[in-house]
Design a binder for this molecule. Structure first.
Ligand SMILES: *[C@@H]1O[C@H](CO)[C@@H](O)[C@H](O)[C@H]1NC(C)=O
Length: 380
């Protein structure tokens, strides 16, 4: 507990401290502006989903090279893969290694708050969770990347909700498994059985109240104010780790996250934690019947996921504790590897922002890419 307060006060102080020029500037730039500033070839593409959302996809372009699709977590954006700069950003690193990098943005985040007919001020705009992201946004983005590049398959790398939504897609629309050479899951989240995140547990406990409150007041977009958005919040969500967080970079992290999400995404995660399963959104038995023709929401069948899935997890990750990751590994249709980060304090966000993420995670990701490419070649 004492540790918690010490960390909190250090962070509150760090959030307010004077910052250097690049840090202050990077906090305000968009993903494409960051990519351009650091001298990489940026491109912005628009992808329309079957249900009318217009998503912005950011590319670090290497035309003709094997595409990799990176998908961010909840409340995050494409910025997550580049905000730490060329020395640490996974997007830059994979581009340097010869890949064509595509970074998606979920419906409802700052880059994808657009729809053909709905406006973000309509509550129906926000009527989605990561289920809709999985069955609509991911397939549309994959089809766009493959259509644009002429490749038949791509590598997928997801962080947190970027893994949940992949599991939704690959189980509900299994034809998409054939478009995936490898799926690497950083801090994977499916069922919450042993979850330790106070944030999600809080939502799980107060599901009805949060739902009632958001309906009553017409608040359907989940947003945190700047003070709350300080790193303390991230610790509440994902676990403590002072050592791997570069405090100098906090203003940049805070400038890019939270990037927007729907209240329903949070509620759906809260349901997973309460019911300890991996199922579609629960509207209550009466409305479920109209939605699903069953009193209970249908659950995702992870055995249908035939794409090779590799899990990267950490012991201090409150959102993806080892018990849940081991269970997921057993439930998947084609699990290929499960790698525990060899650093006990590593947390949910360290996979992308951690000071030693290059050594502890990113190099492993690269060796998995090479391994599965080799396997793919031998098939043809
Ligand atoms: C933290 O970030 C600053 C600013 O980008 C950088 O100069 C410094 O080397 C980083 N520290 C570590 C330990 O990586």
């Amino acid at each position: 507990m004492l540790k918690y307060f010490v960390v909190t006060f250090t962070l509150l102080f760090a959030c307010k401290a004077a910052v250097d020029k690049d840090v202050a500037e990077d906090a305000l730039l968009t993903t494409p502006q960051l990519i351009k500033k650091y001298g990489y070839p940026d491109e912005t593409h628009q992808v329309e989903t079957e249900d009318g959302y217009i998503l912005e996809v950011h590319r670090i372009a290497r035309p003709g090279a094997q595409p990799i699709y990176l998908q961010h977590g909840n409340l995050d954006s494409s910025g997550t893969w580049v905000l730490m700069g060329p020395n640490l950003g996974l997007g830059y690193y994979l581009w340097e290694l010869g890949y064509d990098i595509w970074m998606g943005n979920n419906r409802g985040n700052r880059y994808s708050k657009k729809h053909k007919t709905l406006s973000p001020s309509d509550s129906s705009f926000w009527d989605f969770s990561w289920h809709e992201i999985g069955i609509n946004d991911l397939p549309a983005t994959i089809d766009y990347i493959l259509g644009h590049t002429g490749f038949e398959k791509l590598h997928y790398i997801g962080h947190s909700q970027g893994t949940t939504s992949f599991f939704v897609m690959a189980s509900e629309r299994p034809e998409y498994n054939d478009k995936i050479i490898s799926m690497q899951a950083l801090a994977p989240v499916a069922s919450f059985i042993d979850i330790k995140s106070p944030y999600i547990l809080y939502i799980a406990t107060w599901l009805e109240a949060v739902d009632y409150w958001s309906t009553m007041f017409g608040v359907n977009e989940f947003s945190a104010n700047d003070e709350l958005a300080c790193a303390n919040d991230l610790f509440l969500i994902g676990g403590f780790d002072q050592a791997q967080l570069n405090y100098t970079m906090l203003p940049v992290i805070n400038g890019h996250t939270p990037a927007g999400a729907s209240v329903k995404q949070m509620l759906h995660y809260g349901q997973l934690a309460r019911y300890k399963n991996f199922c579609q959104y629960d509207y209550g038995w009466y409305l479920n019947f109209f939605q699903y023709f069953s009193y209970f929401p249908p659950c995702y069948d992870l055995k249908k996921i035939t794409a090779p899935v590799i899990l990267h997890h950490a012991t201090n990750d409150w959102l993806a504790p080892s018990y849940d990751v081991n269970q997921l590994f057993e439930d998947l249709g084609n699990p290929r590897g499960k790698y525990l980060v060899p650093y006990p304090e590593f947390n949910h966000f360290d996979f992308i922002w951690g000071i030693d993420s290059r050594v502890l995670v990113h190099n492993k990701i690269v060796s998995v890419l090479k391994e599965l490419e080799q396997e793919e070649k031998s098939k043809n």
